[in-house]
Design a protein. Sequence first.
Length: 139
Amino acid sequence: MGQTREVAEKYFRHIEKGEVAAAVALVAPGAEFLNPLGAVPVPDGVREMLNGYVSGFPDNRFEVKNALEVGDQVALEGDWVGTHTGPMPLPGGQSVPATNRPVRAPFVTIFRVSEGRIVSHRSYWDLAGFLGQLGLGPK
C-alpha cells in the first residue's frame, strides 16, 4: 500500500472513530472537496458535514472493496454502512431525527494527496438510494 492510499484510509478511520478534527486536519487548506451535493468549503463545510454523519451514524464504517493507486491519486470503492441512531444535521440548519434504520451506500472516492495531506477529494455515491433507505425518498 502506498502513501496516498494510507492517507485516504487514515481519513476514513478517523471518521469511523468520530475523530472529525483529525479527519479535517488531513485535508489541506484550499483543497478541492466534492460530493453529490457539490463543492464543500474547506475546512468549515467539511467539518460540518462530517459531524453530521458521525452524530447521525455513530457506528459508521467504510468497507473498502477495491483500490486503484497511481502516483499521487487513489480511487477507493466500497460501501459506507451505518445505523441512523442520532440526529443528522442538514446543510440548511434543519436535522433529520433518528430513524434507527440501517443504510448501505456504495461509494467511489478519488483522493489526490500531496505532502501527506488530501488536496482533492471527489466522492460519488447514490444520494437518492441513501435517502430511500432512511424512508426519506424513493426506495
